[in-house]
Design a protein around this ligand. Structure first.
Ligand code: ATP
Length: 364
């Protein structure tokens, strides 16, 4: 095992108009599972390929296990890779596929046999060792690709969207298998995906990328609950975080309020410097509490009009109008309401996130 240190990695492709990675630094601890998450084109694959040695940076350093490998050939870096196109050899049986890298390395046949059996057992491929890949399901083929990577005993495992070719159900079951496997192996892992659920489920930490930079790198809970920038709150979560702009005004009791038009929400004292200025409120859809009818405008209550009601099975999704702002609210499945109906929303203070309207960065 080994830690990965990336220092100020810059990469621009020939003819590229912007930097694919723009001064990225990242530290992946020994045995950590780090996920690189972000929209298409944000530089995830480029970063992974520089760690692998398949791409050279214009500037910066890649250090693995304390060794500067920035310009070292991929095969000398002691890492294994699993890619999106799970490139198993169609004309080789599963056992040959799994042992391929070891044979290339000139490993002893007994060792190859032992390791292939070990990996096949871990990934539940033992019954298929004598089959050709054409006779396997997509999920089984993907497991072969993972088995081929783990037999190499590499210090570092790199994976680029390894589940993206699987259908939704297989993806779900294989995701859990992969999580268990990597935890057992304890290999330092760097994993690329644009799927936020996969990222939150798998990562010890998630590095959320945007336009060649890391917007936030934190535990899944922190990136979800305390998005460091509005972009992160908007990218993670389905539906995404709601953002409302209002003006900070003095409340009757000397406290501060965010004036949203017909409603106001208490603002923490620490944000007093925003008095008479605009401020952005970020709220997750499930952070609202919903009640029907009753005293809609009671203290702390926000009266809202329901525009769209969507039953989603395990929850209901409400699109409401709140002081003219369109807001998404996710409520328990027991909540029933009709479009046009008035609802009472309440918003616990600890569920409010505050953003600077100019920088879009988290304040509180
Ligand atoms: P995706 O999720 O779509 O794979 P990504 O986040 O992995 O995207 P990269 O593939 O790293 O993003 O691409 C980052 C930027 O670099 C993009 O603007 C892309 O168009 C550009 N790029 C990637 N590979 C090359 C290449 N070989 N030549 C020129 N530009 C490239």
């Amino acid at each position: 095992m080994a830690e990965i240190e990336l220092h100020n990695l810059v990469k621009t492709y020939p003819g590229g108009t912007s930097r694919a990675t723009d001064d990225i630094s990242l530290h992946v601890a020994d045995g950590e599972f780090m996920v690189l998450l972000g929209p298409s084109g944000c530089g995830k694959t480029t970063l992974l390929r520089m760690v692998a040695g398949l791409e050279l940076p214009d500037a910066g350093q890649v250090v693995i296990g304390g060794r500067d490998v920035t310009y070292l050939e991929p095969r000398k870096r002691n890492l294994s890779m699993v890619f999106q196109s799970y490139a198993v050899f169609p004309h080789r049986k599963v056992a040959d596929n799994i042992g391929f890298g070891l044979r290339m390395r000139g490993a002893d046949p007994d060792e190859i046999k032992r390791k292939v059996a070990w990996a096949a057992d871990l990934l539940q491929l033992t019954p298929y060792l004598d089959r050709y890949p054409a006779k396997l399901s997509g999920g089984q083929r993907q497991r072969v690709a993972v088995a081929r990577a783990i037999v190499m005993d590499a210090e570092v495992l790199l994976m680029d969207e390894p589940l993206s070719n699987l259908d939704a159900l297989l993806r779900l079951s294989f995701r859990a298998e992969l999580k268990k496997l990597v935890a057992e192996l304890g290999t330092t892992t760097l994993y690329v995906t644009h799927d936020q659920v996969e990222a939150l489920s798998l990562g010890d930490r998630v590095a959320v990328m945007r336009q060649g930079r890391i917007a936030q790198c934190d535990s899944p809970t922190t990136v979800y609950d305390h998005p460091a920038e509005e972009f992160v709150g908007g990218f993670i979560g389905s539906p995404p975080m709601n953002f409302l702009t209002g003006t900070v005004v003095a409340g009757g009791d000397g406290g501060l309020l965010l004036d949203l038009g017909a409603h106001s929400v208490p603002v923490p004292e620490a944000l007093r410097s925003f008095s008479d200025r605009q401020l952005r409120l970020g709220v997750r859809p499930e952070a609202f509490e919903v009640a029907r009818g009753g005293d809609l405008e009671s203290p702390g209550g926000l009266g809202a009009e329901l525009e769209v009601f969507e039953p989603l099975g395990s929850s209901v999704l409400l699109t409401v109008s709140l002081s003219g702002h369109q807001v998404k609210v996710q409520a328990p499945p027991s909540v029933r309401a009709d479009p046009g109906e008035r609802l009472r929303l309440s918003l616990p203070a600890d569920q409010c996130r505050w953003y600077d309207p100019e920088t879009h960065l988290l304040l509180e």
